[in-house]
Structure formats: C-alpha cells, structure tokens
Design a binder for this molecule. Structure first.
Ligand code: ATP
Ligand code: MG
Ligand code: ZN
Length: 308
C-alpha cells in the first residue's frame, strides 16, 4: 500500500465519520433545514399562520405560552396560562363529553355554541344565565351560579362553558371535583403533620381563586345513617366556603332540599352555596328532561348532522 492510498483511505473514513456525526454538514441539507425539520417534528416550529396570543398587552411582545416579553430580560406571566392548564387538566372530561365535535378556542364560546335547543325544561333559562354571566364578564359582582337538574341535561357542559369563559378573560377559576374534596378530607385526618399541612395549604390555594366551580356536588352515595352535613367532605366544604371571598359556580343532581339533607353538604354548606355574593343574589337554572347522552333524545336533524 502506497502513501497516497493510505491518505485516501484516511480521508474516506474521516468523511464517513463526519457524515455520521454531523449529518447537516452534508451537501443538500443545511443546518437550518435540519433544525426546521426537527422543530416541525417536535411541534416547536413558529407557526406563521397562528394568531398572536390574545392576552398580549400593548407593551408586551412575543408569547411563549408561559410569559410575554416586556423588555429585554423583563417578562410578565401570560394571562392565558390558567386557561391552557385547565384545558390540559380537563382534557379527559372534554374528550368524553365532546369526542367527535370540533373544539376551537376560546372554548367558552365554542361550548356555548354547542348547546342547542333541546326539549329540556329550563334550557332557555340556563342559556340566559350563561349569556348574562358571560356578558357581564367575570370580574364584576354578578353573584353565585347554581345549576341543578336531571342526568344528562348539560349541567357539566354549562359549567365548563362558564369555567373556560372566566379563564379566557384572565379570571382565576378553579374546577373542584368531589374526589379532590375527599382527598383533602382524608389527608387532613392523617397522623402525619406534613400531610395535614399540605392539605391545609391546598385549601388556602383554593380560597385564593376568584371562582370555584363545583361539578356534581353530592354525587357520592352515602350510608343511610349518615347525618346531613356530617361527612368529612362536608367539613372541608364548610371550612373552605366559610372563608372564601370569591364566587361559586355549582352543579348538582340534587334539589336544594335534598342538598340540605345530604351528608356531604347539609344546611350550613348549602346556605353558603346559594348565598348572596356582595349583595347580589345567586342565579340559577333547574333542568328537567331526558338524558341527552342518548341519541334517541335528540332531534333527527341533530342526529344526522355529522353523518355526511
Ligand atoms: N342542550 C344541549 N345541547 C347540546 N348538547 C347537549 C345538550 N344537553 C346535553 N348535551 C350533551 O349531553 C351530554 C351530557 O351532558 P352533561 O354531561 O353536561 O350532563 P349532566 O347534566 O352534567 O349529567 P350528570 O347529571 O350525569 O352529570 C354532553 O355531551 C352534552 O354536550
Ligand atoms: Mg355532570
Ligand atoms: Zn400569552
């Protein structure tokens, strides 16, 4: 083997190594193209079509989903951060309720549009409640909201509409399930001080919200001998609501009288749920009708709308 041959072999090996380690240095594929390709694959590519963040204020530029740039090295939290988190937190619920339907931002508007007239008693009043609340905005004093009624009559749907409408306008609304209240109640009874402290901390965080959304209050099946308002969940609710200055949006399958008698609610909690808020009386709707989860409950036109 002569010297030229050795040099040529070494060059060929070096070129092969370079091609393996630095693929973008190869002819035809620049580093920029590679990066663009990676960004596209991982969904971080700046989307030229996407509208600028609607929460951007006049002195702010660029939203990265978390914060807005005010000046070099100065940024402010994006006003839609809680809205986006809620979309993530409630993704399973949204998928269960609206699978197959097109969901667009702002979700509050989209959910309101998805509510169509159905033969449900009280639906027109429910729609008015939603429209009044959304028109007033969620910073004003428009009282608590209570929606009660039969199974599958859009109570959760309507509450989601209010929750996402409030969040989109930058108002801190928190979705509270009975499972979460039960979990706090359990941790409060723990013998471990740290666990108790964490549960109390969570209650304090809940009290800091402007709006608390309770979906399906009183949905737990309790023993026949339980006293009204005497369960650990009722204890958590009473402590939470006794010191909560914000507004309450609530749905329940139970009537007010049934809530008074329910172990997880009781008269004292129910009184706070339906109280006036800063002098403004609570608004509500009572729904009566067939379960709209069943296609047979909907009109023929609605059932066939998505079939083309
Ligand atoms: N008026 C309506 N227009 C459009 N969809 C409706 C209407 N009423 C109910 N639905 C649909 O029916 C399904 C059940 O509604 P939802 O879960 O809100 O009922 P619910 O009152 O919360 O029931 P439950 O008491 O079991 O919790 C949802 O997919 C919802 O979108
Ligand atoms: Mg529901
Ligand atoms: Zn933003």
């Amino acid at each position: 083997m002569n010297v030229e041959q050795v040099v040529a072999d070494a060059r060929a090996r070096a070129a092969a190594d370079e091609a393996r380690l630095y693929p973008w240095s190869q002819p035809g594929e620049s580093a920029k193209e590679m990066l663009a390709d990676l960004r596209e694959r991982f969904g971080t590519a700046p989307d030229k079509q996407r509208a600028p963040c609607p929460a951007l204020r006049e002195d702010e530029s660029e939203c990265d989903g978390l914060s807005h740039r005010v000046a070099p090295l100065v940024s402010r939290q994006c006003g839609l951060i809680h809205y986006r988190n809620a979309k993530r937190e409630l993704a399973d619920l949204l998928t269960t309720l609206f699978a197959g339907r097109v969901m667009t931002d702002p979700l509050g508007d989209c959910l309101r549009e998805l509510l169509t007239s159905r033969p449900v008693d009280g639906l027109p009043l429910l729609l008015t409640v939603l429209d009044v609340q959304r028109a007033k905005g969620f910073r004003g004093q428009s009282g608590h909201v209570g929606i009660s009624g039969d199974i599958g009559c859009a109570k959760t749907h309507a509450l989601l509409c209010l929750h996402f409408s409030a969040l989109y306008s930058g108002v801190r609304s928190t979705w509270v399930t009975t499972a979460r209240l039960e979990d706090i109640a359990k941790r409060r009874k723990s013998y471990d001080d740290v666990t108790v402290g964490q549960a109390e901390g969570e209650l304090r965080t809940l009290r800091m919200a402007s709006i608390l959304c309770f979906d399906d209050l009183g949905d737990r099946h309790c023993g026949r001998n339980d006293e009204p308002g005497n369960s650990p969940i009722a204890g958590v609710l009473l402590d939470l609501l006794s010191a909560f200055p914000g507004r309450i949006f609530m749905t329940s399958n139970l009537s007010s009288e049934q809530r008074d008698k329910h172990p997880d609610i009781g008269r004292r909690v129910n009184s706070r749920l339906t109280a006036d808020h800063r002098g403004v009386p609570a608004m509500g709707a009572k729904l009566k009708g067939t379960d709209q989860r069943k296609a047979s409950a909907r009109s023929y036109l609605e059932r066939t709308a998505g079939d083309e």
